[in-house]
Design a protein around this ligand. Sequence first.
Ligand code: BMA
Length: 323
Amino acid sequence: MSAFIRQDGGPILTRNDLPDIPPAFVDATSVFNPAAAVVGGRTLLMLRIQSRGRETGLLRAWSDDGIVFAPENELVAVRGLEKIPGTLLHLYDPRLTWVEGRLLCVLAADTDAGCRLVTTTVDVHGDLDVIGVCDQPDVRNGVLFPERFRGHYLRLDRPNAVPLAGGPTTGDTIMLSKSEDLVAWHSVGPVFSGRPSAWDELIGAGPPPIKTYAGWLLVYHGVATHFAGCNIYQAGAALLDLVDPTRLIARTRRNILEPRESWELVGQVPNVVFPSGMTADRHDADGFVPDDAILRLYYGAADTCIGLATTTVGDLVRACQDD
Ligand code: BMA
């Protein structure tokens, strides 16, 4: 049985919930792959929205209960985009992390010279200021750890090193990188890789890892590829060593969330469950998320709408350890 239970009533956000934001985002096409963070007791989702002209925008949505979200009427402002080399095509798939009391965001930036990871601060309005752009030319799915380790920020990322038959370059290994200033990043080493012929042949980190007594708990996405057919995006989880996060402790053998509902199976890109935001209802005094804490996972469904699935730390840890 899956560790995750879907919220009753279908997707929590669809294109019908979006305001018209002229000129591009009138009658927008889709809303998916959100970042999530708890800010002042409310849940913030940073939504990826797509226009009928295939432009990408970011929009904030707020909730008091983590379930019912009200999107704002204005796009997120992003300052400092001139730091991104080349021509920017899309800025997308944000991941929010509270790092030692500071809310930071990592986004993917598709450019005419490959995909760059962009790190930003988040101001009091929820607008973004670019701090740094990773100089590695083709890397995606970057997420920050919530604390520094020996003075270094840590980031999981996924170099795009595997060409997909008839598709874009993607990747099958999650790497750990470190940085003193969030600008210059250095590779520490591989963390774990995709499993050939399994549900997670290609992989990438989902929401930022959370600190539990069993290790860093990471939800990730895995892709099962099908030649000349539709790839299937699913979610699994892994536990990484608290002191050396390149050391994998355990990992779900099977996926724990897969496209099953009609709105996950059918849409702009069919058969996609793409985990990108997760909140915990509490941390203990030592900064750990305890076993009975409730985790809310926000995920893009079929690149069209947003789903919510809930579990506890204990259930997710057991899913990693079960064979
Ligand atoms: C991945 C990323 C995601 C997207 C997914 C399914 O490679 O581009 O943003 O949701 O593919 O299309």
